[in-house]
Design a protein around this ligand. Structure first.
Ligand SMILES: C[S@@+](CC[C@H](N)C(=O)[O-])C[C@H]1O[C@@H](n2cnc3c(N)ncnc32)[C@H](O)[C@@H]1O
Length: 205
């Protein structure tokens, strides 16, 4: 099955995205989101540079900034102009682009984050390669994504079925993703504990 959402589809979804995504987090992906945000918060230090790829409406970065002291140099990247416009209140560079072809030099960021972005691609490998390329040596990449795991609740099962049938994304196999990350150049894959139809991890560069 191929996933065919375009920048236009995401532009149209931008205004209502947060409401539907909140439901996904409440009933299915919340534990993975907490694990991901906890890891990213712990890794962020004042003076660091970070990229949030497929930033959507900027929710992740707003929450990370709440937990951080001191200035962080942030780049927000998304394929949708309307999504980026929703991030206007965040002190960051807003960059229109594709995560499979990042418009940044090698070794640009201490931390790269991507929440619920890999699964909307037909093939996550080019994006993973790009994340590794733009991360500095000793940098970290924090990811959270829909994964082929037991949903754990009736509502989680229903939400997962809805995502599959609407072709908004795929549920990635965690073993395959770990292999792909290693092939993309990650030196270590650190899984974070969470349950539900989602997974969170830190890639070491
Ligand atoms: C499910 S949303 C996740 C948004 C946000 N990270 C969050 O946690 O709420 C997926 C996002 O990926 C963006 N996107 C889709 N394909 C992309 C691509 N090839 N490159 C960059 N962004 C993309 C969409 O515009 C959308 O904002």
């Amino acid at each position: 099955m191929r996933f065919s959402s375009t920048a236009y589809d995401y532009d149209r979804a931008a205004g209502s995205y947060d409401r539907s995504h909140d439901r996904w987090l409440r009933y299915a992906g919340g534990e993975a989101q907490c694990a991901f945000e906890g890891a990213a918060t712990a890794l962020l230090r004042p003076g660091m540079s970070m990229l949030d790829a497929a930033c959507g409406t900027g929710t992740v970065v707003r929450r990370l900034l709440n937990g951080s002291r001191g200035k962080i140099d942030i780049a927000l990247l998304d394929i949708s102009r309307q999504m980026l416009d929703q991030c206007h209140d965040i002190a960051a560079r807003r960059v229109l682009g594709r995560m499979e072809d990042l418009p940044f030099a090698d070794n640009s960021f201490d931390l790269v984050t991507c929440a619920w972005g890999l699964e909307v691609l037909n093939d996550p490998e080019p994006a993973l390669r790009e994340f590794v390329r733009v991360a500095r040596a000793d940098g970290r990449i924090c990811l959270v994504f829909c994964a082929e795991r037991p949903a754990g609740s009736m509502l989680g099962t229903l939400f997962s079925a809805h995502i599959r049938h609407s072709r908004r994304g795929q549920f990635l196999d965690t073993g395959t993703l770990a292999q792909t990350a290693a092939q993309a150049g990650a030196s270590h894959v650190q899984w974070l504990h969470c349950s539900g139809p989602a997974a969170a991890l830190i890639l070491h560069v």
